[in-house]
Structure formats: structure tokens, C-alpha cells
Design a protein around this ligand. Structure first.
Ligand SMILES: Cc1cc2nc3c(=O)[nH]c(=O)nc-3n(C[C@H](O)[C@H](O)[C@H](O)COP(=O)(O)OP(=O)(O)OC[C@H]3O[C@@H](n4cnc5c(N)ncnc54)[C@H](O)[C@@H]3O)c2cc1C
Length: 438
């Protein structure tokens, strides 16, 4: 615990704050930021990691504003926990809480989804028909998992016949564990892979391949298991130095990599997965498969005119400045989280560093000043390599490794302390972030 407390005093990083979440009593709270008075109407779309956290931060900074948050989901999901659930390390309940418990009382929550966003008229219409005129809009809808893009697959297949889909929900993650558990008892062929689109936590499929390997080893069945990792391109990870490390570890663990293989279809009856490859479709048999589908902006965002017109056109991420997270064409619109069309950063750890930037630019404008904070692309991924070991990978827009604890935690080493960050401390940090305190 002392070790964690020392780490908590570090200045940087989501995971530095993870330690802080466990040791808050030992830390001095930062001086509260100055408040401003404003009667602005602020609408936040999405009450997930980014939306709930910015709602708490703005409610604490702005007096007199009318802040409305729109999200029809009653349950809040702590998604970094899904990988632990899908590996049998936590129950499904670990990642589920109620949305309402994270939202400040002083704001209004409309428990419906945004059905239309009109940035010209500065208006959002909800699925229930409520019209919300705004002065500022914060888009924090996260992303949509495009399950329909995988032919022959539907979510009701998860938990049967060797099919998993640990991105879908806490329950789907638990069902994925039941299938992985069965598979590692019996052996056979496992498929784990990633989509060709941008995705949240690009490290999660890699972690899952490591954990499947580890589970089979601890059961003594690894010799009966062929674990295939289907990489969407010619590398395993976008940051070259991390890619090389993972490649070496996969080699060491005997994980069979198929490059440029993108899952297109499942034939559940024959237990065959079809992959698109540069040489045409390839069919591979499986006994266990973890389906992770293409990921896109929600349709309502894609229809709004907020997306990039010339980048990610099949995905629809919103056109924000990569440093200020302010919309390029609608300056009263900001983006937080996975929805942002920026080169890196679809992780909760990145959300942590989006928050002060959006808060600064919005609150400064209300106070008649210009904001100065910038987002540098910070992305973090505690890459689990076996139960009890992880590598704490943190990087920025330039693919520089930006370790939170230089000289203390080596980013490319498999360490117990990095595992502890993911397995124990990350959730406490995440919760502190939601409350606007980290
Ligand atoms: C398996 C898995 C493992 C992960 N592991 C990690 C990890 O180890 N570390 C890490 O930092 N990150 C990890 N992540 C990523 C992290 O969870 C996301 O990056 C983070 O939650 C993004 O926050 P967000 O607010 O953008 O989206 P979310 O938290 O997904 O919230 C989006 C919210 O918007 C709502 N919404 C959607 N459409 C609408 C609409 N039309 N109107 C209103 N509301 C809407 C949704 O209901 C949801 O509540 C992982 C994710 C997964 C799936």
C-alpha cells in the first residue's frame, strides 16, 4: 500500500491517479478551481465515462447555468472491467452501477437518447420528442459496436457453441468467460482478433489472447490449444515499440498470428469464421471465438453534420481540433471520449485528459477569456500479459512512450505492480474521475 501511496503523488497519468483513488485520505486535495457565473444552456450527450465526469466538473465550476445530460441507459458500465469478467477474474456485477448515482443533483438528466442533433439551429431532439436548445453542446456518446457487420452473427449467440463477445456488456463478458473456460478445459482452436476500424482500447483483444493462453497453461491444456490472433493489418499494435514487444511475447507464448485478417462472417453451425484478407476470403475453423466488431459513431451523430467529411468516412468520428477538442466548424460544440475524430485516445485514460481541456475552454469562454489547455493524445493501456502481470503502456500522439512513473515502472516490462494498477486501482480512479475529482 505504501508503494501505491508513493505512486499516487506522481503528477501524471490516469494510473497515477488510480493509486490516488486508493490513497485519497493520505493526499492533500487540490485547491478548488474558480467558479464563474453564467446562464448558458449546456447540453451533454451521453452519461458514460466522459459525460458523467464533465457534468460533475461543470456543475462545480459554473453557477447559474442550465446543464442537461441526455442518456437513455439506466446502467453505467465500467468497461475496463469487461476483460477481467471475461477471464473469470470478476463477476458481471463488477462493471455495473446505476447511471443516476454518478450525476450531480443540480443538473437535469433526461433518460432518453438523442434522436437528432442540429448544430445550425443549436438544438437536440430526444427519442421522446423533447427539444433542447443549447448555447454549448458536449458530445460524449461513445461509440456503437456494429454487430450487424459480422454476417451470421447476433448477440443472442453469445454464450453458446464457443461464441463470446466480451465488448458487448457485463453479461456478455461473463458469458464469454463461460465459453473460454469450457474451451480451455477441452482444447481446440481459439480465435481472437480486432476490427479494421478505429476501436476503443485497442489493447483489449491482445490482453484477451494473453489471458486465454494463461488460463490454458494453468489448466495444463495449453498443448491442446491453438490460439490464433487475427490482426487487422500488418502489425499487432499502432505504436511500433509496443508492437515489437507484443510480437516477441506472442512468439514466446506460441500465439499464432494471422496478419491482415479481418473477421467478416461466422457460420455457427459449421464453426467456421470467414476473414477478409488481401488474397481474398479465408475460412478457418474455431472451437472458441471472441467477436469484436467494427466500431463507429452512433447514427445520430453521423447524421448531424458534425463528422469529418474527408476522414474516417465509414466511421463518422466528429471533427474536433486534436488539441482543444473544440469542433472545427461549430465552435460551441466540444467532444469528449471515444466519439472524437483524433488520431489516438479511445480509452477511459484519455477521457481523463480530455476533461480538463474541455472544461478549461468552455469555462474560460464564459469568463471572457481564452482557454489554454491542450490534449497531447495521452492514451493508456495496462496490457495484461498473464494473471498477475501487466505492462503499463502509455503513449501520446507522436507514439512517444510517456510513462507516469519514469524510473519506477518500466513500460515494456511485465510487472506485478502494473497488474495491480489494472486489477485493483483502476476502478477507484475511474470512479473518482466520474465524480469530477480526478
Ligand atoms: C472490453 C473493454 C476494455 C477496456 N479497457 C480499458 C482499459 O483497460 N483502460 C482504459 O482506459 N479504457 C478501456 N476501455 C475503453 C473505455 O471504456 C472507453 O474508452 C470509455 O468508456 C469512453 O468513454 P465515453 O464517455 O466516450 O463512452 P462510454 O463510456 O461508452 O459512454 C457513452 C454513453 O453515451 C450513451 N449514448 C450513446 N448514444 C447516445 C445517444 N444517441 N444519446 C445520448 N446518449 C447516448 C451511452 O448510453 C453511454 O452511456 C475498454 C473498453 C472495453 C469495451
Amino acid at each position: 500500500m505504501n508503494e501505491l501511496r508513493d505512486l499516487a503523488t506522481s503528477r501524471r497519468g490516469f494510473l497515477g491517479l488510480a493509486a490516488g483513488g486508493l490513497a485519497t485520505a493520505a493526499l492533500t486535495a487540490p485547491a478548488p478551481a474558480q467558479t464563474v457565473r453564467s446562464s448558458a444552456r449546456i447540453v451533454i450527450l451521453g452519461a458514460g465515462a466522459g459525460g458523467a465526469a464533465i457534468a460533475n466538473r461543470l456543475a462545480a465550476r459554473i453557477e447559474g447555468a442550465r446543464i442537461t445530460i441526455v442518456d437513455g441507459r439506466q446502467q453505467h458500465w465500467y468497461q475496463p472491467g469487461f476483460t477481467l469478467i471475461a477471464s473469470g477474474l470478476r463477476p458481471a456485477s463488477y462493471s455495473a452501477s446505476s447511471t443516476g448515482e454518478w450525476l450531480p443533483r443540480s443538473i437535469e438528466w433526461i433518460a432518453e437518447y438523442a434522436a437528432e442533433i442540429d448544430p445550425e439551429a443549436q438544438r437536440v431532439t430526444t427519442t421522446g420528442g423533447t427539444r433542447l436548445d443549447y448555447d454549448y453542446l458536449i458530445v460524449a456518446t461513445g461509440l456503437t459496436l456494429d454487430w450487424d457487420a459480422i454476417e451470421g452473427f447476433s448477440l443472442d449467440m453469445v454464450g453458446q457453441d464457443g461464441i463470446g463477445a466480451h465488448y458487448a456488456s457485463p453479461e456478455a463478458a461473463a458469458a464469454t468467460w463461460r465459453e473460454m473456460d469450457r474451451y480451455t478445459d477441452r482444447g481446440g482452436v481459439a480465435h481472437i482478433g480486432r476490427p479494421a476500424t478505429e476501436m476503443k482500447c485497442a489493447g483489449a483483444p491482445l490482453k484477451y489472447a494473453f489471458l486465454t493462453d494463461d488460463r490454458a497453461r494453468s489448466k495444463g491444456t495449453r498443448g491442446d490449444c491453438q490460439i490464433i490472433y487475427a490482426a487487422h493489418a500488418g502489425s499487432l499494435f499502432g505504436v511500433p515499440i509496443v508492437n515489437e514487444k507484443v510480437r516477441m511475447l506472442f512468439d514466446d507464448r506460441g500465439i499464432d498470428v494471422r496478419y491482415s485478417h479481418v473477421l467478416r462472417a461466422l457460420d455457427a453451425e459449421r464453426k467456421i469464421a470467414t476473414y477478409d484478407t488481401p488474397g481474398g476470403p479465408v475460412e478457418l475453423g474455431y472451437d472458441f471465438i471472441n467477436v469484436i466488431p467494427p466500431q463507429r459513431a452512433p447514427q445520430v451523430v453521423r447524421d448531424s453534420g458534425l463528422s469529418w467529411a474527408d476522414r474516417w468516412t465509414d466511421q463518422g468520428w466528429i471533427e474536433v481540433d486534436m488539441h482543444t477538442l473544440r469542433h472545427a466548424r461549430y465552435p460551441n460544440v466540444f467532444g469528449i471520449g471515444d466519439i472524437n475524430g483524433v488520431p489516438k485516445g479511445k480509452t477511459a485514460a484519455s477521457v481523463k485528459w480530455h476533461l480538463p481541456v474541455v472544461e478549461d475552454h468552455l469555462v474560460s469562454e464564459l469568463a471572457g477569456r481564452e482557454g489554454t489547455r491542450r490534449f497531447d493524445g495521452y492514451t493508456s493501456c495496462p496490457l495484461i500479459t498473464r494473471v498477475g502481470r501487466a505492462m503499463l503502456i502509455e503513449f501520446d500522439y507522436n507514439d512517444n512512450l510517456v510513462p507516469s512513473f519514469p524510473g519506477v515502472i518500466a513500460p515494456l516490462e511485465e510487472l506485478w505492480i502494473s497488474w495491480l494498477m489494472k486489477e485493483v486501482a483502476l476502478k477507484a480512479t475511474y470512479n473518482a474521475m466520474l465524480r469530477g475529482r480526478a
